[in-house]
Ligand binder design. Structure first.
Ligand code: EPZ
Length: 420
């Protein structure tokens, strides 16, 4: 068993290169299966979620391998040799994004019903409603989602909630359906736009990604794309921005798209963090006292839920009262209990957390409960006086490439140790 040990009280200084977006990469890897020829993907992060997706896609008969440290080669199979292995798809919720592509290209799909996780129930009703509306037959059997369809037909789909995954599954399926599909009340995250750009590079006709309505003209095949580069990870970038502010440091982030970070930049500036924007980089400085802020998580372009835990940590030592309302997931305040072990003053009532600033955090033994909670505890360890020991570090490895070396190159003292 391993854990991370962080020696706190050091300001982060220097520059860090942001890796490719986990959530865009996972969707685009699934979409690549719809191509009729091999695809090369650039800027794919070397993280455990991507490695699991590689294993899953490989067991289904695709030829998939790294051509370089962040370059992935995917040659889709003629037919699906076997279903995605249960023990692997259970580990990766994003494997549910195989449903739309496999149904559309191969006429059948069998993926494990991704159970709830630590942040919420995570149902798939909107995915099923959209795919069924396009003529797919969806049934649940022994923990699997089994889908079949001779040929999907275009449909008009309204999403009760702008679900990222449902938007992605339905958009991908529609690219090989017969006729036009209109999806309303869709998610507008940058990862949706990146997926749409990749689908269009493969020869699809997707219009409106990034707005409330996406229109897709179905094609009979997708065989144009050879190479595509994935956008930078706005959540990894946001995490380093908050770490820089929380340690009162001065950090330059390279390989970012500032526009994707607008809601976070606005909130950090409100908290009196200095941020300088340029075309593909951001400089984050925090020297003086910060100000308390109120945060409500919302679908993009609102404040991202994936940055909520990290902001909670920053606010634990900001004098005054800050309030966070989590509107996306029903159980995403678990990190608060761990932060209290470090001396934070946080009161959680349902979807609301009230944070009273304390002078400083004290290092302690804590445990990560999910990916972003783990990242938040890393930031807390950087801020705290003394050593913080974080167990379950595997959660952090899911979404943060080389986080240990990236943080230590900024002056942190983070090391992973193996417990006897
Ligand atoms: C994606 O998850 C991201 N994961 C999540 O990032 C992110 O937090 C989330 O979008 C919201 O931005 C990937 O892209 C791989 P949703 P997803 O469907 O698609 C409800 C991370 O840390 N809902 O937008 O699963 C659902 O219960 C991860 O990188 C339904 O009710 O999120 C939730 O309350 C965590 N029915 C809300 O919508 C459905 O059919 C948002 O879920 C689908 C979703």
């Amino acid at each position: 068993m391993r854990k991370i040990v962080v020696s706190g009280g050091r300001s982060l200084k220097g520059k860090v290169k942001i890796s490719g977006a986990k959530n865009a990469s996972l969707a685009i890897m699934c979409a690549a299966l719809m191509a009729d020829k091999p695809v090369v993907l650039d800027n794919i992060p070397y993280i455990s979620d991507v490695k699991i997706m590689i294993e899953i896609i490989g067991t289904m008969g695709a030829e998939i391998r790294w051509l370089d440290s962040d370059v992935l080669y995917i040659k889709p199979p003629e037919t699906i040799s076997q279903d995605a292995p249960y023990e692997k798809v259970k580990k990766l919720r994003a494997s549910n994004l195989l449903l739309g592509p496999l149904l559309a290209k191969y006429g059948r799909a069998s993926v494990a019903l991704p159970g709830g996780c630590n942040i919420g129930v995570r149902p798939m009703d909107l995915h099923f409603k959209g795919l069924a509306g396009m003529g797919a037959e969806i049934r649940l059997e022994r923990g699997f989602v089994i889908g079949t369809a001779d040929r999907l037909t275009g449909a008009r789909v309204y999403l009760d909630f702008p679900s990222v995954g449902a938007t992605e599954n339905i958009m991908m399926a529609a690219c090989l359906a017969e006729g036009q599909t209109i999806i309303e009340n869709v998610a507008k995250e940058p990862e949706i736009v990146d997926l749409a750009n990749f689908l269009n590079a493969m020869g699809a006709k997707v219009r409106g990604a990034g707005t409330d309505v996406i229109k897709i003209e179905g094609k009979s095949e997708l065989n144009q794309c050879q190479r595509y580069s994935v956008i930078p990870d706005r959540i990894e970038a946001g995490t380093y921005m908050v770490a820089a502010a929380a340690t009162r440091g001065d950090v330059l982030l390279e390989n970012v798209i500032p526009k994707h970070l607008e809601p976070l930049i606005a909130k950090l500036r409100e908290a009196k963090v200095e941020i300088e924007e340029s075309e593909d980089s951001l400089r984050v400085k925090a020297a003086g006292p910060l100000a308390p802020v109120d945060i409500k998580t919302l679908p993009y372009p609102g404040f991202p839920t994936d940055m909520q835990s990290q902001m909670m940590v920053l606010l634990t030592t900001v004098p005054g009262t800050s309030v966070i309302v989590e509107n996306i997931f029903e159980n995403r305040f678990q990190v608060a209990d761990e932060l209290k072990r470090l001396g934070a003053k946080i009161k959680v009532e349902g979807r609301m957390a009230v944070i009273e600033g304390v002078p400083e955090l004290q290092g302690a033994h804590v445990k990560a409960t999910d990916l972003r909670a783990g990242a938040a505890l890393l930031i807390a360890g950087l801020m705290a006086r003394g050593e913080t020991h974080i167990s379950n570090p595997q959660y952090i490895l899911r979404g943060y490439q080389d986080f240990e070396s990236k943080l230590n190159s900024l002056g942190a003292c983070v090391k992973s140790v193996t417990l006897e």
